[in-house]
Design a protein around this ligand. Structure first.
Ligand code: AMP
Ligand code: MG
Length: 331
């Protein structure tokens, strides 16, 4: 694979590829993404094809300034501005009503667009040098583990990429918090590093989780972020069981995870990927605490351990146009 250290000259080269409509492996502080020109419909389609991702599952558009975000939405609302001041650049994605500039292919046919300003210097520099807003889903096969190092990107995905910029291990390690600001009330669609409490502090009003009976987001499937092996969360690992522990003995197929939720999240996908290379049938994970700061970790563990390999229909009547697609299995 064409993994290249991220430097000014490799970023300039990557920007040239992007302007030609090609796909690039891009580091962000959350996970590595497949970046493309968000306004180039063919490039966007190629991204879905590379991942095997259903076309109704929208992409996040990455920007390097609030002005650039504003150029993609109907209105960058005062609440969006307040959150951007506090959390951008950083792992918070805002869903807003889109304007006519953003193609339907990016948004899964919806009238909203998800925007984020990444904190990773390489990602921001690539956006600036190319002058493009970059649609970038995680650089993995649909439903699989998101890569948190350049080396974790599979050869299958790598084959679709003109080059991969290596920006080192991701500091956050799990996908961004997704907040929907397009309705009357803000709703968290995906838990992440930025917590609900932090959002509520800025907005000064309650922010429900979509899991609590609220809106659901396309692309939120019960199984997701999953390694090849079955994941089982247990109170305590039996002797000899491979997996991830918080306490107790470690070994070649057993890793100790940090006791701090943010550090745990940073290491989680890398460790699951390490265990996957051992071709285990099952990975056991010692249950972390149930407190608020572990919510995002629990979200990923729950999805990684879900047995359902097919996306459930988003709406009760089924997802239009997707019903006739062949089943999609992980990896
Ligand atoms: P990923 O590319 O894996 O980080 O996932 C992006 C996720 O953000 C999607 O799977 C959706 O769940 C969510 N998302 C992106 N755009 C929108 C949107 N316009 N409305 C609601 N959710 C969105
Ligand atoms: Mg993903």
């Amino acid at each position: 694979m064409k993994i290249v250290p991220a430097t000014e000259s490799s970023i300039v080269q990557a920007a040239r590829h992007l302007k030609k409509g090609e796909l690039i492996g891009m580091p962000t502080e959350t996970v590595y993404g497949i970046a493309v020109d968000a306004l180039n419909v063919d490039a966007v389609r190629a991204t879905f094809a590379a991942k095997g991702r259903p076309s109704e599952n929208p992409l996040i558009v990455h920007v390097a300034s609030v002005e650039q975000a504003t150029s993609l939405v109907a209105r960058f609302t005062p609440e969006a501005a307040a959150l951007a001041i506090r959390f951008w650049p950083g792992p918070l994605t805002l869903v807003l009503k889109k304007n006519g500039v953003v193609p339907q292919e990016v948004t899964g046919g919806m009238d909203t667009v998800a925007v984020r300003m990444p904190a990773h210097a390489t990602a921001r520099r690539l956006i600036e040098v190319s002058g493009l807003a970059l649609a970038a889903p995680s650089a993995n096969t649909f439903m699989g583990l998101s890569p948190t190092t350049a080396q974790m990107i599979s050869p299958g995905i790598g084959a679709h990429l003109a080059m991969i910029l290596d920006g080192g291990p991701c500091e956050v390690g799990i996908e961004s918090t997704v907040l929907d600001l397009s309705g009357e009330r803000p709703v968290v669609l995906r838990q992440g590093h930025v917590s609900v409490r932090q959002l509520e502090e800025v907005l000064g009003r309650p922010v429900p989780d979509s899991g609590e009976g609220g809106r659901r987001s396309p692309g939120m499937y019960p199984r997701h972020y999953a390694p090849r092996a079955e994941v089982t969360v247990v109170d305590r690992l039996e002797p000899g069981q491979p997996g991830l522990v918080l306490n107790g003995p470690v070994g070649p197929s057993r890793f100790r995870m940090p006791g701090n939720a943010k550090e745990y999240a940073r290491d989680l996908y890398k460790r699951l990927n390490d265990l996957d290379t051992l071709e285990l049938e099952r990975i056991y994970v010692e249950a972390p605490p149930r407190t608020d700061e572990w919510k995002a970790v629990w979200d990923r563990l729950t999805k990684a351990s879900h047995r359902q390999t097919l996306p459930l229909p988003l709406h009760d009547e089924g997802v239009e146009g997707e019903g006739s697609d062949p089943p999609r299995h992980i990896l």
